[in-house]
Design a protein around this ligand. Structure first.
Ligand code: HEC
Ligand code: HEC
Ligand code: HEC
Ligand code: HEC
Length: 341
């Protein structure tokens, strides 16, 4: 409580200082969310996402959560109000992001916050038309994930972040929207490493480029397609599908296809728990899913499994890219509804 009071006092002081300095009127007040101000990293509550409670406040300075401009383009009064929404939505004082007293100074939190705005909030929307903003996911807490159980994190992301949201650029939305492909599960570390880029605004029609993915994903690190010296490179599959198995429609956001679901709940948790033995077992299983004997699928998976068994996570992870690049499109085109277990 003492801390919270200090924080409130600080925020008020900082705000009044700022207001005095810029001569702008105080922004509309923002209703406090049930505050859980000092959340602990890794022990968040993973609450379902919820429609923003800040739409009115944002509207008071002419901002519409469905059409937010890039963060760097806000005018002074908008920026001030937005900063206050950050305090409330994330349960942190101004100094939670800023290196007081220099608000211009670059900080790692500012880097992440800017990309959360420019890439996540601007790049995603609720399927059902509800309004998405920082508080939708953060709900008064900076740290929202309970990282102690990676299976639950993967399931939560599958249901909430993929299942209930869509991309504003109209492309298919899946784990790759935020994590890239092959997935980087700790992408916030990359975001912390360098200042967030400004949004490159394209004039005229909506850009055909994969805006959110290119903005979010770190530049690809060149890696060989497989961890072992390839015998002759991965050949793209040439044969047409022989016997695709069909079992009803899948691949919708609420009904992932069998392998997709399997990868989410077996591979993602093993990697994020840094459990090389679980990853080895999972990749051994993947090897048995090969739909076509002429594919190097099984070889790629087994090589990855072998590295994992030896405890070499980074070599094992090269198999992700090797297989996804070579075979994911054909699998999705021809074998997607195939059962795996
Ligand atoms: C969640 C993180 C976060 C919080 C909390 C936050 N800010 Fe910011 N602030 C940012 C980011 C990111 C920018 C950079 C925006 C940009 O790129 O234009 C910024 C920019 C600013 C700027 C403009 C600095 C410049 O470069 O000219 C001021 C002033 C500012 N914030 C004040 C505040 C005040 C006052 C508070 C508390 C009421 C606050 N901020 C809370 C993230 C935050
Ligand atoms: C779709 C959900 C979602 C939305 C919307 C969202 N965030 Fe996040 N944000 C997350 C998740 C998940 C994390 C990781 C939380 C954890 O580590 O427990 C995170 C982490 C952060 C962090 C980094 C905390 C740290 O230091 O590690 C900041 C800062 C942040 N978000 C700011 C924002 C701001 C500002 C907005 C609105 C412009 C926003 N977020 C909108 C999901 C979201
Ligand atoms: C809206 C963006 C978004 C989407 C979509 C998304 N995630 Fe995440 N995910 C995050 C953020 C943010 C983090 C925190 C990353 C960090 O700490 O660097 C995270 C972290 C994770 C973690 C790691 C937890 C840990 O402690 O290491 C797992 C596992 C995960 N996501 C699985 C998935 C899976 C599986 C999917 C697809 C079903 C998915 N995510 C979709 C935003 C997203
Ligand atoms: C031998 C082939 C193969 C290997 C190895 C492989 N994958 Fe996959 N993975 C696939 C295919 C094919 C899909 C697409 C399934 C679908 O969408 O129906 C997929 C899908 C996924 C998905 C679901 C993506 C989404 O957004 O729904 C995740 C997560 C994933 N893989 C992670 C990994 C990681 C991490 C590794 C490396 C440790 C890996 N995979 C290794 C073949 C492979």
């Amino acid at each position: 409580m003492g801390k919270r009071l200090t924080y409130a006092l600080f925020a008020t002081l900082a705000l009044s200082f700022l207001v005095a300095a810029c001569g702008t009127p105080a922004p509309a007040t923002i209703a406090r969310t049930p505050s859980r101000p000092f959340s602990i990293r890794g022990k968040g509550e993973m609450r379902p996402i919820s429609p923003t409670r800040m739409a009115d406040a944002l509207a008071s300075v002419g901002l519409d959560p469905k059409k937010l401009p890039p963060l760097e383009q806000l005018d002074k009064s908008q920026r001030l109000l937005v900063m206050e929404t950050f305090n409330t939505a994330l349960g942190v004082p101004c100094s939670g992001c800023h290196s007081d007293p220099d608000f211009r100074a670059d900080t790692r939190r500012k880097r992440v916050a800017k990309r959360m705005w420019n890439d996540i909030v601007r790049g995603l929307a609720y399927d059902n038309g509800d309004l998405l903003y920082c508080d939708s996911c953060h709900n008064g807490a900076l740290f929202t994930l309970d990282r102690r159980d990676k299976d639950k994190v993967a399931e939560f992301m599958s249901n909430e972040f993929v299942g209930r949201l869509k991309r504003t650029d109209g492309k298919d939305h899946d784990c790759g929207t935020c994590h890239g492909d092959p997935p980087e599960f700790a992408f916030l570390s990359d975001w912390r490493e360098s200042p967030a880029p400004d949004v490159r605004l394209v004039k005229a029609p909506p850009p055909p480029v994969s805006t959110i993915a290119t903005a979010i994903n770190p530049p690809p690190i060149p890696t060989p397609p497989t961890p072992t010296p390839p015998t002759g490179g991965v050949k793209p599959p040439t044969k047409p599908p022989t016997a695709p198995v069909s079992s009803g429609p899948c691949g919708t956001k609420l009904n992932p296809c069998p392998l997709q679901r399997w990868m989410r709940s077996n591979i993602a948790p093993a990697i994020t728990a840094n459990d090389t033995q679980a990853l080895a077992r999972a990749l051994d299983r993947v090897a048995t899913f090969s739909p076509d004997g002429s594919w190097r699928w099984a070889e790629i998976a087994k090589t990855g499994a072998e590295f994992a068994r030896q405890g070499d996570m980074s070599a094992a992870r090269k198999s992700c890219k090797g297989c996804h690049e070579a075979y994911k499109p054909s699998w999705k085109a021809n074998y997607r509804s195939r059962a795996v277990k």
